[in-house]
Design a protein around this ligand. Structure first.
Ligand code: UD1
Ligand code: CA
Length: 484
């Protein structure tokens, strides 16, 4: 009998081309909910506590291996794709040769397969003392899949591939998912698989008969939801998988205390973490390594990538954040753009049409309107007036500037980098600052104002006829000027 806590080795078959994707990218690298498809299989294997995970690569092997590097898996290259049976043998050679483990076979293109389902499959396999258990599903029409053939007592006999199936066999609704758990004899038995079938391929499915020939117990474990194993074979399948995963991810966040005002339009990649009492308005997209703390609100149609939003921060609608950190209680947007290297302290206010890049803004800084802050540090409580530009680029290189604490930068100022503005300094509105400003000083760098009395009457008076036709209010004003 079986021991329930035998080690588990996992083989992920991912060498196929996936021509229906019509893509330069290997099929298994197409992302679904923020992870390449094959990474979902790797994650499931790791969640199961696999001793060793081997990914069989072939088409696009260097790319696939690069995408999974650092995830602790091993790779086995299948130079030519001679069939699933051959892929299995190639992969099995990379497994520890102790011969004491169960082997789980997965595909690299079934991102919807839940770890929980695999846990049940393995538990059933072990409880039944089976030699091989195949995961199956049922569809009204299983065209394209291998069909599960059972004997009169319901025991699994073999799997017949679509190409070799008779009309009666094609009518069978139970199909092979391609996922199996098997005992440690499998690699030895698989060496007996031949390619004598209509496709001339080595079929892993032949393993069932080989096991049965040894008098070993072969069983099927039927899925309740066949969606879990319908692989994403083309772009439509990819979109369908994405939608199902999005619903799953969103439901999990809602259970954990997140408000999604419109789950149908909210897209949260699987890599994102959310605290409690987070509110996501419609159309929000959260991507990559984004971390959202408790009580944060993200406004409608904002896109947040690889960013950290600390407790109580508010991102208003239509903002785009990438590689940014937003301090507790800060508010950003609407229509703000925070680019990589942006670090906002607590209670910072960033208003509409403000762009920041490599900008560290200390607590309480305000930049309410229409500004560009690039390669700059700003001290606490400083006010950045509307239209302020840090001119960080000289046409060849970027330069770093620093603005102190408690500074007041008047509207429509340009700070020509590299610039240092001391603490508590003032910059008058409309200044072009090309010299550093010491602590506590005022800089005014703009043309001196000249006021010319009566200028308008002379100017418009020269155009009196046209003004009369086009600008009636001004015509009356001119007329009154004449009366004086
Ligand atoms: C296979 C099964 C079929 C099952 C179906 C489920 C066989 C003979 N048939 O058929 O019963 O219903 O999966 O989707 O196993 N792969 C390699 N190297 C190869 C061939 C395939 O790594 O030489 C990988 C592919 O990348 C893919 C998986 O194995 O991830 C399945 O290959 P695929 O060609 O899609 O198998 P099917 O013919 O669909
Ligand atoms: Ca397939």
């Amino acid at each position: 009998m079986t021991e329930p806590d035998r080690p588990l080795d996992v083989l992920i078959l991912a060498a196929g081309q996936g021509t229906r994707m019509k893509s330069a990218l290997p099929k298994v690298l197409h992302p679904v909910a923020g992870r390449p498809m094959v990474a979902w299989a790797v994650r499931a294997a790791q969640e199961l506590g696999a001793r060793q995970v081997v990914v069989v690569t072939g088409h696009g092997a260097p790319q696939v291996e690069a995408a999974l590097s650092g995830s602790g898996v091993r790779f086995a290259r299948q130079q030519r794709q001679l069939g699933t049976g051959h892929a299995f043998l190639v992969g099995a050679q990379a497994l520890p040769s102790t011969g004491d483990a169960d082997i789980l076979v997965l595909y690299g293109d079934t991102p919807l397969l839940r770890t929980e389902t695999l846990r049940e499959l393995i538990a059933e396999h072990r409880a039944q003392g089976s030699a091989l258990t195949v995961l199956t599903g049922e569809l009204p029409d299983a065209t394209g899949y291998g069909r599960i053939l059972r004997d009169a007592d319901g025991n699994v006999e073999r799997i017949v591939e679509e190409k070799a199936a008779t009309p009666e066999e094609k009518a069978v609704r139970e199909f092979n998912s391609g996922v199996y758990v098997m005992d440690a004899r499998a690699p030895e038995l698989a060496r007996r698989i031949t390619n004598s079938n209509p496709a001339g391929e080595y079929y892993l499915t032949d393993l069932l008969e080989l096991y049965r020939g040894e008098g070993a117990k072969v069983r099927a474990f039927r899925l309740t939801d066949p969606d879990e194993v319908t692989g994403a074979n083309d772009r439509a399948g990819l979109a369908a998988a994405e939608a199902i995963l999005r619903r799953r991810i969103n439901a999990a966040h809602m259970r954990a205390g997140v408000t999604l005002q419109d789950p149908d339009t909210t897209r949260i990649e699987d890599t994102v973490t959310l605290g409690r009492d987070v509110t996501l308005e419609p159309g929000v997209i959260l991507r990559g390594q984004t971390r959202v703390a408790d009580g944060v609100t993200v406004g409608a149609y904002s896109v947040v990538t690889d960013s950290v939003l600390e407790a109580g921060a508010v991102v208003k609608p239509h903002s785009v954040l990438e590689g940014a950190r937003v301090g507790a209680g800060s508010d950003v947007g609407p229509f703000a753009r925070l680019r990589p290297g942006t670090v906002l302290g607590e209670g910072v206010h960033i208003g509409n049409f403000v762009e920041t890049k490599n900008a560290q803004l200390a607590a309480g800084v305000k930049a309410g309107h229409l500004a560009y802050l690039g390669d700059v540090t700003v001290g606490q409580e400083t006010n950045i007036g509307a239209g302020t530009i840090v001119a960080n680029f000289d046409g060849v290189e970027k330069h770093q500037s620093s603005v102190g604490a408690g500074v007041f930068i008047g509207s429509n100022s340009t700070l020509i980098a590299p610039r240092v503005i001391g603490n508590a300094a003032f910059v008058a509105a409309g200044s072009t600052v090309h010299e550093d400003v010491p602590e506590g000083a005022l800089a005014i760098a703009r043309g001196k104002q000249r006021t010319v009395e009566g200028w308008s009457r002379r100017y418009w008076g020269g155009l009196r006829e046209k003004v009369g036709q086009k600008l009636p209010w001004l015509a009356r004003w001119l007329a009154r000027q004449g009366e004086r």
